[in-house]
Design a protein. Sequence first.
Length: 338
Amino acid sequence: MAQTIEREAAPDRAPTPVQPPVPAPALDEVLLAMDAVDAIRHEQASVARDLSADERRAELIRRVRAQYEGQGIQVPDGVIEEAIRAQDARRYVFTPPAGGFRIRLARLYATRSRWARKAALASVAAVGIVAVPLVSLQYVDEGRRSVASVAADERDRVLPGRITAMTDSVGREAKDQEPKTKAAAFAQAARNALAAGDVSRARAELAAADRMLEELRTGYEVRIVTRSKEASGFWRIPRDNPSARNHYLVVEALGPNGPLPRRIRNEETGSVDTVMKWGVRVPDEVFDAVRRDKQDDGIISNTLVGVKEPGRLAVDWRMSVRDGAVTKWEPPPGSRSR
């Protein structure tokens, strides 16, 4: 209240200087932010759900930064942070307008070929009234051309550049042929989608290729879980063969900085889950050997199951394993933990 009274009592105070308008961001900045938002949207699905909010955010920033570095693009941390805030606020997600005077004008403009001839005489008579709506329609048309220009630039320059950067990175870093073959397949699928005008499909192919590139660069060891009160192995009865038992060792991927989330296909459900530990199927004799080792003194002497080297996609298994894994086993009906 005191401030309000003071302003009323001092009418001769110098007017507040007018702030200069904030310049609009350059087109390259807008494209980079939109591209970062798109990359973040795809990466969010693969970040482990059991991490905390801060851990998810840090992991998301690390993945997006690694993705761009692999393409030879230096993205400031501020752009990534802004892109995450934009994704959280759904700033670049199209929301249909609720309606209003300008929207109705825009729809009239879009359908003008159907009613223009019939309304010609009325428009001449009401030229003074129609002049104002036409000014608004001019801004609608300019906005439409701007959006089309950004979309064309993404289709013709941004996405083809990402395809080239991805294949070049895989070619430099791959230590065998498998990653190169997969990268070429992703690249061709993305190019085919762009040629067909399907930009969303091209983005999806590139997102899958970027996940493969990140996996290519990751190194870790697959080791048996030996923590207190956690099972190191279990067996389950398969649904299609009630007389059999499938034996699993509970393992985790340990990188230089600790456990890593992995995308594992659950053979019992067919779903691909992001988990911190999973059950890898092993022959009966391997399972029995690990069980005897643990029962001997409560400690598993050899926990190393496999090694994943940077530059390769496949794990070099140091123990004999079978095809198949599970991501859920608790509660384990028809099973037993060790």
